[in-house]
Design a protein around this ligand. Sequence first.
Ligand SMILES: Cc1ncc(C[n+]2csc(CCOP(=O)(O)OP(=O)(O)O)c2C)c(N)n1
Length: 322
Amino acid sequence: MGRIAIDELRCKGCGCCIVSCPKDLIEVSHELNDRGYEYVVFNGSPEDCSGCTMCAVSCPDQGIEVWNKRGKQTFVNTAGLTEAMTHYCPGCTHGVVHRITAEVLEELGLLGRTVGIAPVGCSVLAYEYFNFDMFEASHGRAPAVATGAKRARPDLIVFTYQGDGDLASIGGNEILHAANRGEKITVVFLNNAIYGMTGGQMAPTTLPGQLTSTSPVGRNVAETGYPIRMAELLAVLETPAYIARGSAHTPKHALKTKKMIKKAFEYQRDGVCFSFVEVLSTCPTNWGLSPNESSDWLEEAMMPCFPLGVIKEPDAGGREQS
Ligand SMILES: Cc1ncc(C[n+]2csc(CCOP(=O)(O)OP(=O)(O)O)c2C)c(N)n1
């Protein structure tokens, strides 16, 4: 038996919780909240709800609390996040990736000595949302800023949070060399196959045939090449040792990705290696799809191109750095 509380004001009506509830207990209210979003409501009784938490895990806006037999499961005020409401579009999974990253740092007891480097892109304001020290880097330069911070203070836990335009395009050179030098930093790389912030232009990760504002009839690989698989590209370098790719589009995938991010930070904490986790993410606004359709598109179109899993690990042949 469980119970959930939906924060009406935080809700952007994306409906991620509606499709995540195994018992169909959440529905659209058809009322607008003070921010102009049609929020969702719980439409069941405690007997119906098992308290599985899938709704809360899928919520990109930290808007759902769950009570179950283990007590209150709070996803709203994770100590690693501020209480600020994010500016992300409804259904964008940047918020999910923020939360799982923050939860990992909290669970590992690292919040007090973590420094994050925010990118340029939709997550440019990540410093408003993460509740620890943050730097803002210029476009693509987060790995260089992280290198400086980590070399100056090896006792700190330093990570970059970057989108695919930031990391794979303008910052392609930065990430390649930071990885190859084996900087003992962690990189959380959000791949939504498009430039989100600037209006949906083609990114290096855009799929063949994908419509974007700069490829209105679809990405033509004869002219622009194929999508770059950053995780695989970095994995062929000898030095980087932990490289994985997860996704954030369903609660099940978000929980698996959280384990990868945890591994990545553990390797940094233990001084083992450069660690990199790519996370496939939805961009409903620029894909021109509803949040639900975006989740399906990610699964059907993105996942075959960007397969999920651990690509390289120190124990499995990746090189530990001394
Ligand atoms: C030096 C420089 N070049 C270009 C830009 C414009 N710009 C800002 S964000 C962005 C794209 C970011 O896309 P991505 O990294 O994929 O992140 P998303 O917004 O999709 O999360 C671009 C090109 C800039 N701010 N600075």
